[in-house]
Design a binder for this molecule. Sequence first.
Ligand code: GDP
Length: 295
Amino acid sequence: MFDALAERLESAWKTLRGQDKISESNVQEALREVRRALLEADVNLQVVKDFVAEVQTKALGEEVVAGVRPDQQFIKLVYDELVSVMGETNIPLAEASPAPTVILMAGLQGTGKTTATAKLALHLRKENRSTLLVATDVYRPAAIDQLVTLGKQIEVPVFELGKDADPVEIARQGVERARAEGINTVIIDTAGRLQIDQNMMSELARIKETIQPHETLLVVDAMTGQEAASLTRTFHDQIGITGAILTKMDGDTRGGAALSVRRISGQPIKFIGVGEKVDALQPFYPDRMASRILG
Ligand code: GDP
């Protein structure tokens, strides 16, 4: 495991063999390699700096365990710290009692938000949780059609009021409908923009204020790398998120955005999207992601 990092660390540790404490210069050299590996995995620069500083504190003064190669011991420390920062275990979706659980989806256009909305519904159906999808993106008529089409495909009802209705009102009525029909979970798809846009933010804030969701999930495109950090900060500061879905993890990204999102919001990644199909959604596991990030 972590062959790439192990190889990089090889020279950093050559001088260490036979010593019983990990020395400062070994650690500095090894940390430079960790830093490089994390940046290559697209972790945000500031997040990398903070992470490396924490690992440094822990690594210095660690006793070398007899029979364990110091480079392996160091890699284990980095790995454990990554898993810890990303939350140790999978955190499942909230389930409200009484129903319905209300989930608000947020994110930029093109990240996979509408697809993730349908993927979540299918996931919940497999857990015998009924869902209602709500289409509030009235700015792009194609967005409503897209959700309706996906709903048909997975046999989940979609609530919409056309493109002339107020998104806040659509969301409110959607939740009412779910409550009236005894539906377990209602998922509100919202409008995205190509970039952060104040109108989009204030509309999201109004929807959130009105429907008081149990989950506000930020959909983040894993391919955006470094930018995932500022995106998360803006959404979390202005709307307040309870978790994230990292999409397009089937691409060649190492997934460093996961670390950035978690560090900046303090909220867990709950799922990853691994393809365009509606069943391409997996629960997020910090240990698997740590392995992928370290390469
Ligand atoms: P939205 O504008 O955020 O609602 O984005 P869409 O749900 O319309 O998705 C934008 C594009 O990304 C579509 O072509 C999707 O098929 C694609 N997409 C969404 N999620 C994934 C994913 O996990 N992997 C891949 N490869 N493509 C995805």
